[in-house]
Design a protein around this ligand. Structure first.
Ligand SMILES: Cc1cc2nc3c(=O)[nH]c(=O)nc-3n(C[C@H](O)[C@H](O)[C@H](O)COP(=O)(O)OP(=O)(O)OC[C@H]3O[C@@H](n4cnc5c(N)ncnc54)[C@H](O)[C@@H]3O)c2cc1C
Length: 334
């Protein structure tokens, strides 16, 4: 059942006008990123009723792609890896469903002395035709209510930014760490680093499709158009280091963009012309500094509240998916 979208919103709006208390599912999930979607899918597969609320217009969170006039671009997660056997099996299914494909970039390591091919042979996966397609694929069978920002969590109900209230028997908070903490102030979570994300259209071939960059404000560059299924030709994405993003977080985007463009020209080995560009700021991008020693899968601050997300298991797509699934398994066992 594809309830995500206008039909459900209208249905709920009708109820809301009659009463600010809305009919509630057995489990309410805040966040339609990979962790919330994986949690909902595991619950639903076990026949358990659940509803996801998300403040955004669509699902995906940090794997969402940005639409531009020249085509979509992946500004958040660039690719994902699959180390866990259960996640690998899930990725195989997504490949069969044509929601995901393997990306085979020519990867380089760039530093002050130049560039060398990276010896790294990691299998890398991307949503097709854009990263966000994976979230839309998962959302197809789930009940999601978009544009619903939760502003407070009370004993047995949540309050939304427009004043609506929704009861829950069980609640899952599947938001980035800082946003989860805004809802549950006593929650101990790691700090999230911000990340500026620049996209550019570049004329001129380069000897690599993506690079890990050292000795620069830039940490990662990738030719988005080299990913499978993309309809752009020369689209690149640039991510600066967490240190740069933190230091320039509140600066004028045009200034940040200008500085990154200058550094990009120094990194790319071949002469090129940059035609289009734009910039996006992720305030809560990745846990920082990275600490993978304290893995907990999910948190359970009370008998009826679960907290999951990428930061519980390493700050990546795979960790988010596993965290959501394990929170759901705990709910099913409770
Ligand atoms: C720039 C960048 C690059 C990255 N690169 C990679 C990479 O290459 N490989 C990789 O594996 N991972 C990468 N990641 C990390 C990856 O994107 C995340 O680990 C993963 O997508 C997190 O999923 P999540 O469900 O935990 O959180 P999110 O995707 O952040 O989902 C949380 C959802 O909660 C919603 N929400 C928040 N607060 C509220 C509220 N109060 N009410 C309602 N809804 C709310 C948000 O709108 C969002 O949709 C990157 C992330 C960024 C930002």
């Amino acid at each position: 059942m594809f309830c995500y979208g206008l039909a459900l919103t209208k249905l709920l709006d009708c109820k809301i006008m009659a009463t600010p208390h809305m009919n509630s599912p057995a489990t309410l999930i805040i966040g339609a990123g990979i962790s919330g979607l994986s949690c909902a899918q595991t619950l639903q597969n076990a026949g358990h009723d659940c509803l996801i609320l998300d403040k955004a217009r669509g699902p995906g969170g940090r794997i969402s792609s940005k639409r531009t006039e020249q085509g979509a671009v992946d500004l958040g997660a660039q690719y994902f890896t699959a180390r866990d056997a259960g996640f690998r099996a899930q990725v195989e299914q997504w490949i069969t469903d044509q929601a995901v494909a393997t990306w085979h970039p020519k990867i380089a390591v760039v530093d002050a002395s130049g560039w060398v091919p990276s010896p790294d042979e990691q299998a890398r996966y991307v949503g097709t035709p854009k990263m966000g397609s994976l979230a839309h694929h998962l959302a197809k069978s789930l009940r999601i209510q978009p544009q619903s920002q939760v502003t407070a969590v009370m004993a047995n109900h949540v309050i939304l930014s427009d004043g609506r209230m929704l009861d829950f028997e069980r609640l899952v908070i599947a938001c980035p760490a800082d946003q989860a903490q805004q809802l549950l102030p006593d929650l101990a979570v790691p700090i999230q680093a911000p990340c500026w994300a620049l996209w550019v259209d570049i004329e001129g071939e380069q000897p690599f499709d993506a690079a890990f960059v050292k000795d620069s404000s830039i940490g990662w560059v990738a030719k988005d158009s080299s990913k499978p299924g993309r309809n752009t030709q020369n689209r690149w994405v640039v991510h600066p280091t967490p240190e740069f993003s933190q230091e320039h977080l509140e600066e004028d985007p045009a200034q940040v963009s200008a500085q990154l463009l200058m550094e990009l020209q120094q990194i790319l080995p071949n002469d090129c012309q940059i035609n289009q560009n734009g910039i996006h700021r992720w305030r809560y991008a990745r846990p920082w500094p990275k600490d993978e020693s304290n893995r907990v899968s999910f948190l359970q601050p009370s008998t009826h509240i679960w907290v999951c997300g990428d930061y519980c298991l390493g700050g990546r797509v795979e960790g988010a998916w596993l965290s959501g699934r394990q929170a759901a398994q705990s709910i099913l066992a409770s």
